[in-house]
Ligand binder design. Structure first.
Ligand SMILES: [Zn+2]
Length: 314
């Protein structure tokens, strides 16, 4: 028996075995999305989020990338600011809370939900944001409480994404803005890289949305799509670089090197020569990745997408 599509409910079929042993991708012909199989339950998946995933003492990357991360968050807030007036905003899977801090500085009332107690503590204690620690679906929010709900690379980490979208529709005001950023399985980089695609991130990603599948799921829930962005300087050039490197070097090696020292130490010890080679290759691939990003953006087949949608006034 094959599992049903998490996005549209249709039957799926085996597409390929994942790089991570014991998992496979099951794809849906109907909406073009896929799911990770088997799907781990809440207790099992926790083991796949070691402390290093969030960083050591809440520093996730090397200093340059940490600065860039903050710059990207500010840009993200600028986009939301253009589409909405300041109001109540919920960031589901808010991580360390930078986006919410910048939104609060722009006049929004910021609330976050975060599974990681450490990341939540950073958002709460260091940034002063109102954070609920735990699972989104078990939080008690009121119907129509929020003007903006954000899933920024978090919806694919949810075991039941449709339940999460239903809940988002419930707690948004009519006319409220839903922001969903996810990897795009129908992108050129996903198609070409196959099981080596950087953004698969199995088994942490339960679902792998196609752009079509995600938009259909939103329309079915009475959202009107306002904009779909296929350009992401933050995500898409790196998706190309790491996917190409994955063909030659140990899986996601460069990515672990770019993290902060505690997270990268054991991988460098494991692959000393590959570490040097992948670092040089990564730099050399940068201009190539910029060209590929430009092409995928023009063809509207970006490696990750941002979908902005409004809840219809019913
Ligand atoms: Zn489907």
């Amino acid at each position: 028996m094959t599992p049903n599509c998490l996005v549209c409910g249709a039957e799926t079929r085996h597409r390929f075995d994942a790089v991570v042993e014991g998992f496979a991708l099951f794809a849906c012909d109907d909406c073009g999305s896929a799911r990770t199989w088997p799907a781990l339950d809440g207790r099992q998946i926790a083991a796949w989020y070691p402390q290093a995933y969030y960083g050591n003492r809440n520093v996730r990357f090397n200093p340059l990338f940490e600065r860039m991360t903050r710059w990207f968050r500010r840009r993200r807030v600028g986009v939301i600011r253009r589409l909405t007036k300041p109001g109540a905003v919920l960031d589901v899977g808010c991580g360390r809370g930078f986006t919410l801090r910048f939104l609060a500085d722009a006049g929004y009332r910021s609330t976050g939900v975060e599974l990681s107690a450490d990341a939540a503590a950073h958002a709460r204690d260091v940034l002063g944001i109102d954070i609920r620690t735990g699972d989104f679906l078990s939080q008690s929010f009121e119907a129509g409480q929020f003007d903006v709900v954000i899933f920024w690379h978090s919806l694919e980490h949810v075991a039941d994404p449709l339940a999460a979208l239903n809940r988002a529709a419930e707690i948004l005001k009519p006319g409220g803005l839903l922001v969903v950023a996810v990897p795009n399985l129908s992108s050129i980089q996903a198609r070409l890289a196959g099981r080596e695609w950087f953004h698969l991130d199995v088994p942490r990603h339960y679902v792998h949305f196609s752009a079509r599948g995600l938009k259909r799921a939103l329309r079915d829930r009475h959202f009107r799509i306002v904009d779909t962005a296929h350009f992401s300087f933050e995500q898409n050039p790196y998706g190309w670089i790491q996917s190409i490197l994955n063909r030659v070097f140990a899986h996601d090696l460069l990515y672990s090197i770019l993290k902060e020292p505690a997270a990268r130490a054991h991988r460098i010890r494991e692959y000393p020569l590959q570490t040097i080679a992948t670092s040089i290759a990564g730099v050399l691939l940068l201009p190539v990745a910029m060209i590929l990003m430009t092409i995928e953006t023009l063809l509207r087949r970006g490696g990750t997408i941002e979908v902005y949608a409004r809840k219809e006034a019913s």
